[in-house]
Ligand binder design. Sequence first.
Ligand code: 3HC
Length: 305
Amino acid sequence: MSVAHGIRTLGVLGSGQMGLGIAYVAALRAKVPVLLYDRSPEQVEKGLKLMDKLLAKDVSKGKIQDLEAKEARDRITIVGQDQGLKGMRDADMVVEAVSENLGLKQKIFTELSAECRPDAILASNTSSISITKIASATIPQGQTAASEAGQKSASRVVGLHFFNPVPVMKLVEIIAALQTSEATLNRAQNFAIACGKEVTTSKDVPGFVSNALLMPFINEAIMWLEKGVATKEDIDKTLRLGMNHPMGPLQLADFIGLDTCLAIQQTLYQGTGDSKYRPSVLLERMVDAQWYGRKNGKGFYEYKE
Ligand code: 3HC
């Protein structure tokens, strides 16, 4: 049976391209007040500028009225550095969208489970990390996973995987950890739908359905470039014009972020031991060189902004 999402206030952790996008669709489409926190004040400022730009573009294109944009903007509250995760206490759901690092995510979920209301949903926008592992970090000290408190705490954790750019991409992939309750799953799905998205569900396998299929494709394209089979332009053009992909795989890798692609591929490779997921040497070297793609101006291609 479907249940209402019941999210009156959403918390978002991280105001990078994903976190900001999630805040944007929640405030504009689901019309939910958003508490936005990022440990970098510069990143918050950058995120808010992007939010204003996106809203102004929607107004100029006649997609929304001035008033709707203003109301959406007013729904965003920045959580101060002095408050940190304590600022999430009023949230009915928190979506974590920080970088792809298991240790960091577990630390955040331990803290969130202590700070947030016991019935608040704790969601991760991770691209590939095990939701079950993240959920295990919420078990209160002195409790075991089998105890009532342990099970209750972990049962409210779910994967809520948005796609970049969040305002445009139609899908949210929902991932159930072994511990996720049916009620959590239903509320998360209904919230994603209220944000204007369609949903699919995936079991908690490395990379879920989406990245387990996408990343070998991107990696193979990088290996073909490495082998000199074709130029980067021709590899991308083949997929764009031959298969009607909106972006070629190398362009897409730059768009996602080469550091993010590498982190996902490492999770896939470590999690399965399958050599088809082994990251290409060229990708590793590009990340060593800090060529992260579109976000910092250089990847397979160069970007002015
Ligand atoms: N943020 C918000 N909106 C954006 C945007 C961004 N970064 N980039 C483009 N848009 C909007 C534009 O404003 C425009 O909106 P409009 O319809 O209101 O005018 C619309 O998208 C189309 O943009 P453009 O006309 O400028 O350009 P394109 O037609 O080339 O579309 C694109 C751009 C939507 C990014 C398209 O190239 C595309 O769909 N690319 C593939 C993206 C993709 O595969 N994303 C998934 C990545 S995998 C992932 O996120 C999972 C993670 O775990 C790795």
